[in-house]
Design a protein around this ligand. Structure first.
Ligand code: N01
Length: 515
């Protein structure tokens, strides 16, 4: 449940070796924690004024976890006293700040410093890191190794609606919420019905004059009756009094709730239905459908629109304990399912010619997820530009390294997203562990660079694609952030979590060029 710690003695040749970490969210903090254990010299660059990544940036009303926090927390910093099972943003941010304080890594973190480019310097066998500080200054420094921990779902995507610039009201993206944004008494548009909208809508609808919810595809809701609840006193007692009880909760959440769900999104070729992909998937669909039918028993008009037309698991399923249907049924809430055609001075217009007058538009429209490492410019060996090399189809070996970009390790890289079968935190811990294993090998053998070979990179990605081809998210025609522009599932890890753990548990020198 937690990797053993690293020790300085494992890196005897590390004098003068410097490591840069880009980002101080969950993954960056993990990297910093492990690098400190290993006794390596490191600097974490953070673009924001505070650590925490998305848990610092996302302050929209209702922001909280939708993965249980015992699984969505760090193996080396388990917390027994979570107040809820799906914590709210302030509690998670406090947790991260506490981990940083206890680990003594705050002084290694340069806040207000955004890394803009990485350029591999062959002569120095190091990356030239160029960062811009909030006051406009430029910081340039060379590092032997770089670990990117920039997250994935953090660069807001605001659709290019025709007429957006003519809208006179306020526009705010869910992930760029500002403290001065008030919804009280306003006519509000909530565009999108993903995880962010699902938390915002139920939190604000009772405060607004009118809420227009713009839905393109209805999401599947995973019935979670305790979603907003505090931990029950009995569980609190067990956590406080039974040694390692929290670890058991964590283990249970990983094993039953996570590993146990993968088969539900596996395509059975003999199963010939449009809305489900296997008997197990159909059973899950029926379970979710039954809850929907019950919730909208009095509103068949809404039920039609709230029922998805694709297999559950094809895009991220959302937690619900009845608050979303309750919101949709409120008198001041209107579900709009017609496509948005354009915006004007004070309204959103839909393709059916309707005009929806609003004062405030909340874009819960997701992120630029397909562009890994965006907007960082990465130039590897022989001037190779990483994004040009990817050409919109981002790939990596183990989701971590790319040939031609030596000494660069990614966390949350291509095809590492564990969407029904894991926790992003577990995944990024695996990536950090692997990076340190690679460093130990390279430095231990007296080398300066490690570069992934093309053969293993290609065969690994072929294996990933094959795994994804049999999953709900690949066969379903619905849109999702799992896929890139060409329709390839570039985000999703298609196997079990233990498989990823196993794969990243060993550094394979034969898959690399060491020099
Ligand atoms: O973004 P999304 P999100 N016109 O991309 C719609 C994580 N997360 O911020 O479904 C109209 O899922 C789009 O429509 P459609 C979590 O992993 C975690 O909600 O594509 N609508 C969709 O409904 C999550 O999966 C937590 O048809 C447009 C919505 O906008 C991920 O972040 C909390 C549109 C975007 O949904 C992203 O969630 C919140 C357009 N032009 C988020 N363009 C936790 O609790 C897009 N949409 C940890």
């Amino acid at each position: 449940q937690g990797a053993p710690g690293w020790h300085v003695s494992e890196f005897p040749n590390a004098a003068g070796v410097k490591v840069a970490v880009v980002g101080s969210g969950f993954a960056g903090i993990t990297a910093a924690y492990r690098l400190k254990q290993a006794g390596l010299d490191f600097t974490v660059f953070e673009k924001n004024s505070e650590i925490g990544g998305v848990w610092w940036e996302n302050t929209y009303p209702g922001c909280r976890l939708d993965t249980p926090n015992f699984a969505y927390s760090l193996s080396f910093a388990q917390k027994q006293d979570w107040t809820q099972q799906f914590s709210q943003q302030p509690e998670i941010l406090r947790y991260l700040q506490d981990v940083v304080r206890r680990a003594g890594i705050r002084s290694n973190i340069r806040v207000n410093t955004e890394v803009e480019s990485l350029e591999f310097d062959e002569a120095k066998a190091a990356w030239k890191v160029t960062a811009r500080t909030a006051d406009g200054g430029v910081h340039v420094e060379h590092f032997n190794f770089v670990i990117t921990a920039m997250g994935l779902l953090n660069r807001p995507h605001v659709p290019d609606f025709p007429g957006l610039e003519s809208f006179r009201g306020e526009v705010v993206h869910s992930a760029a919420w500002r403290p001065d944004v008030s919804v009280k008494g306003k006519r509000v548009a909530l565009i999108g019905t993903g995880a962010s909208a699902f938390q915002i809508g139920p939190e604000i609808y009772s405060q607004v004059d009118k809420l227009h919810v713009f839905q393109r595809n209805a999401p599947w809701m995973l019935p979670t009756p305790t979603y907003h609840d505090d931990l029950k006193p009995g569980i609190q007692w067990l956590l406080n009094h039974v040694p390692a009880y929290g670890r058991w909760v964590r283990f249970w959440q990983f094993w039953i709730g996570v590993e146990g769900r993968l088969h539900l999104v596996e395509v059975d070729p003999a199963w010939q239905h449009e809305v489900s992909i296997s008997a197990g998937n159909e059973a899950l669909r029926q379970e979710c459908l039954a809850t929907l039918q019950q919730q909208f028993a009095d509103r068949p008009d809404l039920l039609v629109h709230a029922t998805p037309n694709y297999p559950p698991g094809a895009k991220r399923m959302l937690r619900d304990n009845g608050t979303w249907p309750q919101m949709l049924k409120a008198d001041n809430v209107k579900l709009v399912t017609q496509e948005i055609s354009h915006l004007s001075e004070n309204a959103i217009h839909t393709r059916d010619g309707q005009r929806h007058e609003v004062d405030l538009i909340i874009c819960a429209t997701g992120f630029k997820a397909a562009d890994f490492l965006y907007p960082l410019k990465v130039t590897g060996r022989d001037g190779l530009d990483l994004h040009a090399h990817w050409d919109g189809d981002c790939r990596a070996y183990l989701g971590i390294s790319v040939p031609g970009f030596p000494n660069l390790f990614m966390t949350s890289g291509p095809n590492t997203g564990v969407v029904v079968n894991g926790s992003a935190i577990f995944s990024s811990e695996c990536q950090v562990e692997y990076s340190l294993r690679a460093l130990r090998h390279v430095l231990g053998q007296g080398f300066k660079t490690v570069d992934c070979r093309t053969g293993p990179y290609v065969s690994y990605n072929a294996w990933i694609d094959k795994g994804n081809e049999t999953k709900a998210w690949a066969v379903a025609k619905t849109s999702s952030w799992y896929k890139n522009k060409s329709g390839r599932a570039a985000q999703t890890w298609p196997f079990g979590m233990l498989e990823y753990w196993n794969l990243t548990a060993t550094f394979r020198p034969e898959d690399h060029v060491l020099s």
